[in-house]
Design a protein around this ligand. Structure first.
Ligand code: PGA
Length: 254
């Protein structure tokens, strides 16, 4: 089981030089802040993984590394893709699976999410499976059913013991990069929906919230029932904001 995580999703930002810089900044700020009780994870673009991994090791930074995406096959004729064993060799212990931007812009299906999740588990990486409804689905009150079906599609084919090693991130699409954050009530409802959609008792699975998390709303969101941490996009590109969010969350979890 994985517990409180603050994950920075850098998306397609920061070349390797900027990535080294931001990693060092996060590592140094995290030493000065009180982040005991939460794990900090950064997920840089794939081409930065080697550099970020080297700086984490050389400077002994308390930061874990994750990939934003990888292909589920271990190797072969898949031009342009990177496999999970490859990102693992670069020091990744986490991988984001099925982010809504992958689903929307790159046609990632529920089936691909399930295969990538299974591959991550096979190679001992922790998958962070992203689920979340669009504004239209929520307006039509289909969010509970939609997110429950995304959960079942992603983890339904795994064994119960594999499912214990999975992290879920609830990211309503309408809250991603929009500054429009879900209310505590909305988040609490969906945390419960995800746990009740789980094939076994989902009480102790790790569920993160993502969507316009900022230092200003981190305390309220981290105190929302069922929230075990965050997947942070925009604010993770600032070392100060990312560590402030982590410190605010850590305080709630202590
Ligand atoms: P945001 O992105 O924090 O910029 O809304 C979250 C995400 O896409 O994971």
């Amino acid at each position: 089981m994985v517990s409180n995580l603050i994950v920075g999703n850098w998306k397609m930002n920061n070349d390797f030089v900027a990535a080294i810089h931001l990693t060092q900044q996060i590592g140094i700020l995290a030493r000065q802040a009180d982040v005991a009780g939460v794990s900090l994870v950064v997920t840089p673009p794939t081409c930065d993984l080697r550099s970020v991994s080297s700086v984490i090791e050389a400077d002994r930074l308390a930061i874990k590394l994750g990939a934003q995406h990888a292909y589920w096959e271990d190797g072969g004729a898949f031009t342009g893709e990177t496999s999970i064993p490859m990102v693992k060799r670069l020091g990744c212990t986490f991988i984001i699976v099925g982010h809504s931007e992958r689903r929307e812009h790159f046609g990632m299906t529920d089936d691909a999410v399930a295969k990538t999740t299974a591959s991550a588990l096979r190679h001992d990486l922790t998958p962070i499976i992203c689920v979340g409804e669009s504004e239209e689905i929520r307006d039509n009150e289909g969010h509970v059913e939609f997110v429950s079906s995304q959960i079942l599609a992603a983890v339904g084919g795994l064994t119960a013991s594999q499912r214990r090693d999975v992290v879920v991130a609830y990211e309503p699409i309408w809250a991603i990069g929009t500054g429009k954050v879900a209310s505590s009530e909305q988040v609490a409802e969906m945390m419960a929906v995800i746990r009740s959609a789980w094939p076994e008792d989902g009480g102790d699975i790790t569920v993160l919230y993502g969507g316009s998390v900022k230092p200003e709303n981190a305390t309220e969101l981290a105190s929302t029932p069922g929230v075990d941490g965050f997947l942070v996009g925009g604010a993770s590109l600032s070392g100060e904001q990312f560590v402030e969010i982590a410190a605010a969350a850590a305080k709630c979890y202590r």
